[in-house]
Design a protein around this ligand. Structure first.
Ligand SMILES: CC(C)(COP(=O)(O)OP(=O)(O)OC[C@H]1O[C@@H](n2cnc3c(N)ncnc32)[C@H](O)[C@@H]1OP(=O)(O)O)[C@@H](O)C(=O)NCCC(=O)NCCS
Length: 143
């Protein structure tokens, strides 16, 4: 797992645009998983101050593994990179927004110690997403 090169970014930006209602207000960094030099998985990993109202600490956005390469542990490794980054930065949590009904993603996060998390501010954020037609849940892994 490594921070993406400039040349990786264009291809993956297409995937990012499929989730326009995500919160891109931070300065996320793109991480990629490579097999044989080819990018087969990615995640935007954001790091915000402890005073951020919605996503303090580290958050994961638009995690994806190309279909033929799923079930090999790459998704877990990308989430692991986010957890490591949070530990290195002295943060107390990693957050992720998951679409309701995305059972593989929910199973992945639960396996890695994430639990559903709610605050009034997050409920308001999720309500705004719902108004855009996206029903989502916030999961948090406490460190
Ligand atoms: C969710 C996703 C990233 C998982 O990636 P992956 O590389 O296949 O996941 P891993 O191989 O690391 O799986 C780790 C664990 O997640 C869970 N999991 C992953 N895929 C699963 C599935 N289809 N059904 C049930 N559990 C699943 C399992 O607990 C698995 O552990 P196990 O293999 O020991 O059973 C992948 O399915 C994907 O890209 N989906 C489309 C995009 C998406 O939904 N992203 C999530 C945005 S929040």
């Amino acid at each position: 797992m490594e921070v993406a090169r400039e040349t990786d970014t264009a291809a993956i930006l297409r995937f990012q645009r499929q989730d326009p209602e995500a919160d891109w207000s931070g300065r996320p960094q793109l991480y990629v998983a490579r097999l044989g030099g080819r990018v087969v998985g990615w995640a935007w990993i954001d790091e915000r101050g402890a005073d951020d109202e919605l996503f303090p600490g580290v958050s994961i956005w638009t995690l994806g593994v190309r279909t033929p390469f799923r079930g090999m542990g790459l998704g877990a490794a990308l989430v692991g990179a986010a957890i490591e980054r949070a530990q290195a930065g002295g943060h107390e949590r990693v957050s992720v927004v998951v679409r309701a009904g995305n059972d593989p993603a929910v199973a992945l996060y639960q396996k890695l110690g994430f639990d559903r998390h709610r605050t009034p501010a997050l409920d308001a954020y999720l309500e705004r997403r719902r108004a855009l037609g996206v029903d989502s849940i916030v999961f948090v892994r406490w460190l």
